[in-house]
Design a binder for this molecule. Sequence first.
Ligand code: ATP
Ligand code: MG
Length: 398
Amino acid sequence: LPEAFLQAIPVLEHIEKHQHKAYFVGGCVRDYLLKRPIGDIDIATSASPSFIQKIFPKVIPVGIEHGTVIVRHNHESFEVTTFRIDGDYTDKRHPDSVVFIDNIDKDLERRDFTINALAMDLNGNMIDLFDGIHDIENRVIRTVGNGYERFTEDPLRIIRAIRFSSQLGFTIDPKTLQEMKEVSSEIKTLAIERIANEFSKLFAGNDVNQALNYVRNLQIERYLPVFCDSPQILFSLPVSITPLQSFAEVIALFHLVNPKIEVIRWVKEWKCSNKTKQEALRLVEAYSYFETHGLDRWLIYQLTPSLYKGFIRISENLTQTTVSLHKLEAIEQQLSIRLKEELTIDGYDLMAIFPERKRGRWIQELLNCIEYKVVSGELNNNKKEIKEWIKWNPPETD
Ligand code: ATP
Ligand code: MG
């Protein structure tokens, strides 16, 4: 077993010692069979959340109403969920109620796809009630049970099917695909945050182009904010895109190919976080600057290291020339300052140089100008030199 599983074995053993069942379930079992890197380890158990809290010293009740707690063991986190069946999904957001049960069969039955409905015990024995192993071997996504009912119950599964096709490179079973088509209009009842979460993963998958073809063929855009008003934007992307690793990158790319739709609109309608908004704006600004000026210190300074890779992915999608991370990092090394606060001069210094002038916009404008000159290497970040430069280049009056 891979290391990630070995780490979890004591947790399963401890639950079993107390006469309860415990299995690895869901994505980790699927990814193990596919020899893909294992993400989170999810454990399903017959023990109740309160029982788990009793028998482990460190338990975080993250979703106790759904039966999920996190068990901390050896500085690792394991999601432990009590076997359950879901009540109705009347609001299409959360199951109305969950009922804990003591047998794993019905728990596996509530899961979305056969490839996600596998369980594995401590000894590596598989519970495969819906031929999930067969579907993994054939690289097929198929619902557990009647697709029409399962998609109606939770239409997010329609988008999840496409997301998994992107991540895993699997095709969607033709019958499942037909059922997705029949239920697709229900997508409009979903909370946008849930869709955005799946969409981020969809765009990050290696097979994003196949996934986008599913989106186009099912005309999912009809039920998605922004896209529904301008369906052509889904077709305006390059035929083959490189995967994007965050929703900020997705928004930046869509804005750059459809400049009429502002970043702010994407952010509002898709209810993105402020962080996503700031990142998207920065990526757009950096790419626009890049188009006219190419790679230079000012661009790198504006971008900040956490966005280098995103910027490279955006560029890859929009131009033929590839920008190398090495090159960005080499330029970063040349920067004399990394933040505006590192300038050796500030607004008070400027006011002292021109005591006769009133406070005003000129201060900010002059500082911006100095910042640009220092970053681009035209001026040293040295107070004396900067003052000297100002004397020869006095700002205009407001
Ligand atoms: P990833 O590696 O991307 O996290 P995952 O399979 O773990 O993939 P999650 O979204 O983390 O996917 O969900 C964990 C498991 O919970 C799934 O494998 C599936 O069995 C079940 N599941 C999650 N969401 C749903 C849903 N909307 N309907 C039915 N089952 C679901
Ligand atoms: Mg997961």
